[in-house]
Design a binder for this molecule. Structure first.
Ligand SMILES: [Ca+2]
Ligand SMILES: [Ca+2]
Length: 422
């Protein structure tokens, strides 16, 4: 038969038609005569399938005739594969198969088959977990539809940056403030402070700017600059200029006077003892007269909200977020974006990781993506050939390995696609 089952060797002879139930009702003896099974039929006529070559026994078996059918017994020392065949060895049971841990092993004659389990893809020898929507931000697909995210990212597909600043995961030292970046964060020196050159991650390398020594102060004539942590002071003790008044915008502001800047109506400045202090006007959202231009966070009008570029998140006027390596801001219903400011790096080699926007320091020049090729720095490959900086070559022994000379360092990588095709 088409399905190869040994028990169904020939169609049942058409001498009993179940569509005629009246046969048994009116002629019971005749019905009883026909009421026997197929097996009984074959045992009665006693066909020897083994002798007549009507059996389906295959490799490494011996056909055994039975009343009403036959059986395929394994030859001594052989192991069953299925009803009709046996093999000398079961690699699947003895764990000698070449199947991946995530493959199903099927024993066959003279070998075995490896098929990747559902949710995994590959040739059976190598099965890799498959994530239908992929993993973002450099995440790794470790199990079907399961991503493991690199540090700094979260979410089902690793699509969400962890805001280390908002979640209080890190503490920036006093003289710095936390700035969130995709994949990480950085502690930026507060105004009046600058980095001493060691660029420590927690901001503890932020030191006071000496405005007096660097001549960046604005002390007037006879007043004396005095450096202070995070700022400076102008001391005027002697002379006709020591009125405490402040020269400002081509005029003179009196000591204690307050005013708004001509080009920035959101600021408020004051003169105190010869020094000008400017700050943003404070916003009181309870005040119905609040200037919404200066205080966008007080703007609750629907028309002032913005829709995030890639999601259904609504932002209020004044809100900030990061999108596509840009800092974006919602202002009265309009989204304004500008490139993200990246922290300065004190190192020679840097690289931008997948999903991130700013480069980070790396020690290995092979991992760096900022190597300026210096033609004087050559490499000697294992065969003794001198390669120029920037040169790319394949090793004759391992053709799937591609090497590159990066400023004196040989950087090799294996091409996975090449390995799979060879
Ligand atoms: Ca972050
Ligand atoms: Ca200072």
């Amino acid at each position: 038969m088409a399905d190869g089952r040994g028990q169904q060797l020939a169609p049942f002879p058409p001498f009993w038609d179940p569509a005629e139930p009246d046969v048994s009702a009116h002629q019971p003896e005749q019905a009883r005569l026909f009421d026997f099974s197929r097996a009984t039929f074959y045992s009665l006529i006693n066909i020897d399938e083994c002798a007549t070559q009507m059996h389906y026994c295959q490799a490494n078996t011996v056909c055994v005739n039975l009343p009403g059918g036959h059986r395929c017994d394994c030859l001594p020392g052989f192991i069953r594969v299925d009803d009709f065949s046996c093999t000398e060895h079961d690699e699947c049971a003895s764990e000698q198969s070449s199947c991946d841990d995530n493959a199903i092993c099927t024993n066959t004659i003279r070998g075995h088959l490896c098929t990747c389990k559902p949710g995994y893809v590959g040739n059976g020898t190598v099965c890799r977990a498959f994530c239908e929507e992929g993993c973002r931000s450099g995440g790794t697909c470790v199990a079907p539809n399961t991503c493991v995210c690199p540090s700094g990212f979260t979410g089902r597909l690793c699509e969400t940056d962890i805001d280390e600043c908002a979640e209080g995961l890190i503490q920036c030292q006093n003289h710095s403030r936390c700035v969130n970046l995709p994949g990480w964060y950085h502690c930026q020196c507060r105004s009046g402070y600058h980095d001493n050159g060691s660029y420590l991650l927690d901001g503890s390398s932020c030191v006071d700017v000496d405005e007096c020594a660097t001549q960046t102060h604005t002390c007037w004539n006879e007043s004396v600059c005095v450096n202070l942590p995070g700022g400076y002071d102008c001391m005027c003790t002697f002379g006709p200029e020591c009125t405490g008044d402040c020269p400002h915008e081509d005029g003179l502001k009196r000591n204690g006077e307050e005013w708004s800047l001509r080009h920035d109506r959101c600021s408020i400045c004051s003169c105190k003892d010869g020094r000008v202090f400017c700050r943003r006007k404070e916003c009181d959202c309870e005040d119905p007269e609040a200037d919404l231009f200066c205080c966008p966070e007080c703007d609750s009008r629907l028309s002032s909200q913005c829709l995030h570029q890639s999601s259904h998140t609504l932002y209020r006027s004044g809100d900030l977020w990061i999108y596509s390596c840009q800092q974006c801001r919602c202002l009265e219903g309009e989204v304004d974006c500008w490139p993200l400011a990246c922290p300065p790096l004190p190192c020679e080699y840097t690289a931008v990781s997948e999903g991130e926007c700013c480069p980070r320091c790396v020690t290995d020049p092979c991992l760096a993506d900022n190597v300026p090729y210096d033609i004087r720095q050559t490499c000697q490959d294992p065969a003794g050939i001198t390669r120029l900086s920037g040169a790319v070559w394949r090793s004759p022994n391992t053709p799937c390995t591609v090497c590159k000379c990066k400023n004196g360092s040989i950087c090799c990588s294996v091409e996975l696609e090449c390995l799979q095709n060879n």
